[in-house]
Design a protein around this ligand. Structure first.
Ligand code: URA
Ligand code: SF4
Length: 185
């Protein structure tokens, strides 16, 4: 199972985002509120890739709008990067969770789910053609760089990825501090 059959030929972000609403490429759509597709301008030079939408993102339908998103916005302000000029997305487009009392607890997506969702990320990268990609956390890094990638070994480093749509693009990874500080993010 994969998202491939749901991904249109078009590389218009509007068309892709609309098509992603109907994706049933893995089972995660069954228990999520909605698809949370990436957002930002096609002219963005940078793509930020997180793991998957969290509870707030699932309810609101936008990436990085919850606690992790607030931290991200603050960090970007400090770095003097205009968030509206960056394309922000996730390796997996549906929220995976398990019930814990009345709360929905984030659950890490499996390698199969990450692979199933990859065609959407590929299409986004083809649509935006960024100069650089920043992976926020190990899941995003592994989705892009392979399962053997270890964030501790490569922290702060930049990998040049030389295949597929990433032809000429630098990939950096940073640990997702919001997640390590509090799983609820
Ligand atoms: N954490 C992520 O990795 N992605 C989001 O969209 C929100 C929180
Ligand atoms: Fe499709 Fe990705 Fe959602 Fe799975 S997680 S249903 S592949 S959009």
């Amino acid at each position: 199972m994969s998202a491939a059959e749901f991904v249109p030929q078009s590389r218009s972000l509007t068309t892709l985002s609309r098509a992603a609403k109907r994706c049933e490429g893995c089972d995660l759509y069954r228990h999520a509120t909605q698809t949370v597709f990436g957002e930002g301008p096609a002219s963005a030079r940078l793509i930020l890739v997180g793991e998957q939408p969290g509870d707030s993102e699932d309810r609101e339908g936008h990436p990085f709008v919850g606690p992790a998103g607030k931290l991200l916005s603050t960090a970007m302000e400090e770095a003097e990067i205009d968030r509206s000029e960056v394309y922000v997305t996730n390796a997996v487009k549906h929220f995976k969770w398990e019930p814990r009392g009345t709360r929905r607890l984030h659950k890490k997506p499996s390698a199969r789910e990450i692979a199933a969702c990859r065609p959407w990320l590929d299409a986004e990268m083809e649509a935006v053609e960024p100069v650089g990609i920043v992976c926020l956390g190990a899941t995003a890094a592994q989705a892009l760089l392979g399962r053997d990638f270890r964030i501790t070994r490569n922290r702060g480093g930049t990998d040049r990825v030389s295949r597929g749509p990433l032809g000429n693009c630098d990939v950096a990874s940073v640990s997702n501090s919001s997640r390590s500080r509090g799983r609820s993010a």
